[in-house]
Structure formats: C-alpha cells, structure tokens
Write a protein that binds this ligand. Structure first.
Ligand SMILES: *Cc1c(COP(=O)(O)O)cnc(C)c1O
Length: 398
C-alpha cells in the first residue's frame, strides 16, 4: 500500500511553474473592478481615476448603447440559440453588416465573435502549411496565435522596420502565398504602422495585407473608420479587421474586404462555423455605435487633444513614452518588480493604470500603460501627471 500520497506529475509541474511566475513577479491576479461614474473606477472600495480602459470614446457607459441593447433583448431574446449558419442569424446581423460596409466603404463585411477569435480565424483560414506570414514583432498576441494555428511559416520583422520586412520578402520565393499583417495602432507602444510603405511592399512582392484596427476603429479617420481611413488607404488593404470592444464600447469584432474573401471566411472559418452567434444585445450595441461614431466627431477631436496634452506633459517630465503618438501612452520603467511597485503606488494615489510585463512586452521594458479617453478632464489628467512625476522621481525613473 502507498503510505505517502504521491502528487501526480502534472500537478507538480503546474505548481512549479506558478511558483516561478511568482518569483519573477509575473504572476497575475484578478481584481474586482466596479465602474463608478466615468472615468472613475472603484477598486477594492477605493475611487480611482481610470487610466487603464480601452473605452476611448466613452461609449461603454452611453445611455443610447445601453438602450439599444435592452431593446434588442426585448425584440430578439437573450441568446442567439445556434451558430449563424444554423438558425442564429437574427435580423440584426444583416443590419449591422450593412452599416459596417457603408461605414468602412468596403465591398463586404462579417461580424466575428471577438477580436481574438477574428485574428485566430482569419489568419488560420486564409493561410496553410506552404504559405508565409510576415508579422510585426509587436503585433497583438491573437495575430501570433493565428499564425501558429495556420501552420504557415511565421516570420516576424522588427517593429516597424520596413527594411527588415523587405529583406525577408526578397528571400522568399515569388510563388508562395504571402500575408503581411500589422496592428495599425500598436497596443503597447501607442505608435502607428507605416501603412503607405506596407502597401508599397505588398504590391511589389505580391503579398496580401491585413490590418488590425482594434485601437484605431472609432478614433481615426473622418468618420472614425480607422487609421487606414485616415490615410485614405482603405481600398489598398485586402483584409481589415477591427473590434467593437474598445472605442465602440461593447464587444465583438468585424472583418471587411472583397466579397470573395468574406464568402470564403463564411464557408471555411471554423470559429465562425462552429461557434454560437452573438447575443442580439451585442448586435444592438454595435449598430448604435457605428451610427454614433460617425455622428460625433467631436469625441475624436477631444480624445486627440487630451492624448496630445498627456504625452507632452509626461515627455516634459522626462519619461520615455516609447514613441507613442496616440491615446495609448506607456512610460518605460524597466524591471518587472519596479513596474509593479510603480503601479501599486499609483493606486495608492488614486490612479488606476496597469503594469505591463513580459511576455506582453520585451524583457526589461516593463512599463506602465496609460490610456486616455475623451471622458477625462484636463485637470484630472494634470493631477495624474503630477502624481506620476512625483513617484517617478522618488523611484529614480526620471
Ligand atoms: C484587444 C485586441 C484584440 C482582441 O480583441 P477582443 O475583442 O478584445 O478579443 C485584437 N487585436 C488587438 C491589437 C487588440 O488590442
């Protein structure tokens, strides 16, 4: 008989790994977060200025979005009951996809259940074993995972380094199917992709170009159609995805492109075929968000004014903001523990911002990532910058 209970080896392995994460200050814990009046939050009973959300235009708390969701529930129910190809394709889908296509000036569009699923699904559906993916090193994790799932050759070029990308393109055979993929606004550095150059390269090397507008949709372009729209490059980009989960205030994602591309995704994308359609409420929010974002350009300009002011102030105090030019403003701290301590001290002062650590960012580039929204007051931002700079000085960051 066994006298001592032996731990199964997988349990030991997992516990060891958790202990290791703890040791290197990378173990994550969930904290309960309640929304107060925007842009304030309640974390553990303390009221804090929210500099951590992707609710860039404030639509997550908007009464009109909430009403659209409630109305959709009353009309169509709580759940879609099946995937879209079975019987889950409730009438709101067609309305939202039509609004999407008009807004993005695209031939066709498709709603996908989340941004993560969109990147996983689109990339793994379009590419397979003998194809090649060229991906910016700072692209979102969902793009990396899509590339892995596709089993295509996955080449990562140095962040925004077009010479590196071109060298990689030159090396591969002209026959291979190629996809260049990039975030338009990078989620950790807050800088932009060089879309004009990427279009030039994709044309020269006969590749497809895919953009992820998760942090661009709603924010850039005359009608908030995204950063590609701002540069008038929408028609040159083969596959544009974006999300409704950030500036558009609710949840879910879209992809737009040529009709044949969207038809193909409907027929082959497993995450679309084998997953239940979105609840009607989400479609209600999407439809209203697409309308509001076009009707309310003043929110975009307010966001730009606030972001520019915030970046300028932090730079003035001597922080390294990683070349940010958007509403995403990181300050580089360095070591993981130091970034964690910085975030804790910010919380004590009433500021909610997150420490971003490897593997999300490179080693020794742990940072505090601030996100500015249209809802902030200039005086609140100034108050936050003052606190940030005091902590920065005390901790020897500036
Ligand atoms: C947030 C994000 C996603 C994922 O979108 P979800 O709708 O949250 O799943 C994809 N790409 C980028 C660049 C993102 O920032």
């Amino acid at each position: 008989m066994h006298s001592e209970k032996q731990l199964p080896c997988w349990e030991e392995k997992i516990k060891k790994e958790l202990a290791y994460l703890e040791e290197i200050s990378q173990k994550r814990e969930l904290v309960s977060t309640e929304f107060a009046e925007q842009p304030w939050l309640m974390i553990n009973g303390c009221r804090m200025l929210n500099l951590a959300s992707n609710n860039y235009l404030g639509y997550a708390g908007d009464e009109r979005l909430k009403k659209a969701m409630v109305d959709a529930v009353h009309t169509y129910g709580a759940g879609a009951t099946a995937s879209r190809l079975i019987i889950g394709n409730h009438p709101l889908y067609e309305q939202v996809e039509q609004a999407l296509v008009n807004w993005k000036k695209a031939e066709a569009g498709l709603i996908i259940n989340s941004g993560y699923n969109a990147n996983l699904g689109i990339i793994s559906t379009l590419l397979s074993r003998n194809d090649i993916i060229y991906s910016d090193k700072l692209n979102h994790a969902s793009i990396v995972d899509g590339a892995l799932l596709s089993r295509a050759k996955h080449l990562r070029y140095r962040h925004n380094d077009l010479d590196h990308l071109e060298a990689l393109l030159k090396k591969s055979s002209m026959e291979a199917r190629k996809l260049i993929v990039t975030d338009t606004v990078f989620s950790m550095d807050g800088d932009f992709a060089y879309l004009e150059d990427l279009v030039r390269l994709k044309e020269r090397y006969n590749a497809m170009l895919m953009t992820d507008e998760a942090h661009g949709s709603g924010i850039y372009g005359k009608n908030g159609e995204g950063y590609a729209g701002h540069l008038h490059l929408q028609s040159k980009i083969d596959i544009q995805m974006g999300t409704f989960s950030k500036a558009l205030g609710s949840f879910g994602a879209y992809v737009v492109g040529k009709k044949w591309l969207i038809d193909y995704l409907k027929n082959r994308m497993r995450g679309f075929i084998y997953s239940t359609a979105l609840p009607p409420a989400i479609l209600g929010a999407m439809k209203t968000a697409i309308e509001l974002v076009q009707q309310e350009p003043e929110r975009r300009s307010l966001l730009q004014t606030h972001s520019e002011h915030f970046r300028k102030e932090l730079t003035y105090y001597g922080f390294n903001i990683c070349g940010s030019r958007s509403q995403i403003v990181p300050i580089v701290i360095g070591e993981n523990e130091k970034a964690m301590e910085f975030a804790t001290r910010l919380q004590k002062e009433g500021i909610a911002a997150i420490a971003v650590r490897p593997p999300t960012v490179p080693e020794n580039e742990a940072r505090i990532r601030f996100t500015v929204t249209a809802l902030h007051d200039k005086k609140d931002l100034d108050w936050a910058v003052e606190k940030v700079s005091i902590i920065g000085k005390e901790m020897g960051v500036i």
